[in-house]
Ligand binder design. Structure first.
Ligand code: UTP
Length: 291
């Protein structure tokens, strides 16, 4: 079955980026001139996704507004004539990227709980999940790489990369065996492992494709690490039952949930930005001399 639906959980509290996220959703933090979540939506659309459910919560109305039309602004840009035509087109196009749906996660009970809010949107189809604070930039969209693996293997698919032994205790660790190239079979996993529980340095980083049986599994998943209902725990049940495929995807992943990740994303995207790239490069070179 062709995958056309994606879920973007964006209902976290963003406590690692306070105070910026006190009233501003971290998914709306800009990377140069676009909010993080727009990069994620564009990746999904480039992967063939047509319908996107964004899981929000109180105070995240800005996300809905961003994917809506803004008649007053558009009228102003229209009166700006040819000079403003490009930005007008860009502003209008955002609302046409996909069909957008929103649902609120009423209590912040974890990523697994957030994904379980998507049951009626998803119905009986496989779907992609793109974590709202993980921006992945690359030629070949990461979500599409996972969708291709789903089309080949027909099981749930995990987007993975190797991380350092220190970092993995903050992420998840997967038990994997090679299939071919950048494909692995995953039969077990653990969220936020203590050093003695690390299975490999492969960790799930922000993308997966799931089959709808995940919802029944989530309904029976007890709170795990941090007292939250962890998506990793539900996917662990899925992997142990039927196996999943892990794809070591190409592309650079930026963690917009922490301060260093935000700066790395801004810096690297600015360096290749058509409008400011050359000036920013000059600036960075000058700045580097003073470090
Ligand atoms: P994180 O655990 O990184 O987000 O969840 P967080 O809770 O905002 O982080 P901190 O630790 O407080 O800084 C990964 C993704 O899952 C979403 C987040 O919005 C993020 O995109 N999420 C997390 C939810 O939608 N609901 C939740 O209950 C938890």
């Amino acid at each position: 079955m062709k995958i056309t639906k994606a879920v973007i959980p964006a209902a976290g509290l963003g406590t690692r980026v306070l105070p910026a996220t006190k009233s501003m959703p971290k998914e709306m933090l800009p990377i140069v001139d676009k909010p993080a979540i727009q990069y994620i939506v564009e990746e999904a659309v480039r992967s063939g996704i047509t319908d996107i459910l964004i899981i929000t919560n109180r105070g995240k109305g800005l996300i809905e507004d961003h994917f809506d039309r803004v008649p007053e602004l558009e009228a102003k840009l229209t009166s700006g004539g040819a000079q403003k035509a490009d930005i007008l087109r860009e502003v209008v196009d955002i609302s046409h990227l996909a069909n957008f749906y929103f649902v609120r996660q009423k209590e912040t009970r974890g990523l697994g709980h957030a994904v379980s809010r998507a049951r009626s949107f998803v119905g009986n189809e496989p779907f992609a999940v793109l974590y709202g604070d993980d921006v992945i930039i690359g030629e070949d969209p990461a979500c599409g790489q996972l969708i291709r693996a789903y089309e080949e293997f027909g099981t749930g698919v995990l987007g993975v990369k190797q991380v350092s032994a220190e970092a993995i205790t903050k992420y998840s660790s997967l038990k994997v065996e090679p299939i071919r190239d950048n494909y692995f079979k995953c039969t077990d996993m653990i969220e936020k492992p203590t050093p003695d529980k690390i299975m490999s340095l492969y960790s799930i980083l922000g993308r997966c494709v799931l089959t709808p049986d995940i919802f029944d599994i989530l309904d029976h998943t007890e709170p795990g690490a941090g007292g939250e209902i962890q998506l990793t725990d539900a996917m662990c049940t899925m992997a142990r039952r039927s196996g999943m495929v892990a794809v070591d995807f190409t592309g650079t992943r930026y963690d917009m949930g922490n301060k260093l990740g935000i700066m790395q994303a801004s810096c690297e995207v600015a360096l290749s930005h058509p409008e400011i790239g050359a000036d920013f490069r000059k600036y960075i070179k000058e700045l580097a001399k003073t470090l």
